[in-house]
Unconditional design. Sequence first.
Length: 355
Amino acid sequence: MKALVLSGGAGTRLRPFSHSMPKQLIPVANKPVLEHVLENIRDLGITDVGVVVGDWGPEIGEVIGDGTRVGVRITYIQQESPLGLAHCVAIARPFLGDDDFVLYLGDNMLPAGITDIAEKFTRARPAAHIVVHKVPDPRSFGVAELDADGHVVRLVEKPAHPRSDLALIGVYFFTAAIHTAVDAIEASARGELEITDAIQWLVTHGHDVRAGEHTGYWKDTGRAEDVLDCNRRLLDGLTARVHGDVDASSRLSGQVVVEAGASVVRSRIEGPVIIGAGTVVEDSRIGPGTSIGRNCVVRDTRLSDSIVMDGASITMVPGLRGSLIGRNSAVGTGSEGAADHRLVVGDDTRIEVAA
């Protein structure tokens, strides 16, 4: 089996970050979302992975490389325009051949993995096996309607009156039958080849299409709030380890990771927290749910429930929580106070916060 990971798209809901980096490279627990996706795929026993990229292809290639670090072999496939998920399948046909494959959106976080659903697909080999998740309001999703045996009878995109609460979450297993379906469909009203239309074509023409419910944690990391939520969830699974320097005046409690080359000076850190390599934390208090990237500086600051990306600095900020601080950004204030601030700061930005 192969994998096809989709890593194009504009990421408009993650602006300002998506102006300067692809959304799939946003770090969660100090690791790009796309790397988490590739690890999930590797854990299925799949090592041959095609990654569809758009304008951010060079940046993704620079960070992810050929996949060796994750344990997979990556073939990059260029999509010149965002013409739909089924279009990605079409342009990837030379890579996919007639092999079974999993189609996986590159901004999806499923920390518990999907091994059980993959095994069901491998045993039964229906034409398609889609992964669904129960959601409280299905109206903003593609929705699967199933019969009593778990076979898909209809897919409806963003229904006004949903007849099911099972949303498509962007993971699909296919046999080569999907290529016939993709060739048969036409572009939708928005000018894209929709994967839901291709799957519906399979249903309409009598192919076996099934659904498997993912009951674990799932998040589409399309918004800042979702990224922070994922960060909290993954940090909960940390194992404490200290490879950097922590002075005698500092106190670490709970699950705290201090990577090699990092320094913690006269500070208190309450886990779960990751301090990246080369980062300096000085005279600060770092609270739970915080990831600080590599080569950052945090001084005289109280920080919690936040993501600080590589190269950023935060100085003399009395209270910062629920924030995303972009790469090489600087946040600081010249006065002290007790106010809490929440910031979403893009790359290479400078902000002065008044207390």
